[in-house]
Write a new protein. Sequence first.
Length: 160
Amino acid sequence: MAANQPDSKTRAILFLCLGNICRSALAEGILRDLAVTGGKEGLLTIDSAGTGGWHVGEAPDPRAISKAAEHGVDISGQRGRQVGRDDFDRFDLILAMDRSNLETLRARAPGTHRAELHQFMVYTQGRNEDVPDPYYGGPEGFETVYRMLKKGCLALLDDL
């Protein structure tokens, strides 16, 4: 959705994880849904990406799609993409799901850029905690991640 440079009235937020098929895809869908239901969709540009390129062009993990749908959020139309150099100037805020991806993001950042780079849980909840990757686990991991992301996205939207 963030194909163009956002105007000065919008806040542009990018969620980032490893492959862009679980955590960041869910965060994008959750925040977009909350923005729509809260009447703030015109104030936000929301997108997600991965540090890796393995899933570029693919739909989110079927378990993430299913978990989002259980909560009334449709992420089935999203497609994975890899974070690019231009993202550092297209977004105001890039939120990485864990310390490892934040370190990778910081290492790839150009010397000067517009985006603030933060860890999701630190920025939204003030907790030095990773959002765990549910990819190799069962359905309960996706529920845990969904709840963490929803709570953080509610706080983020409130803050905006």
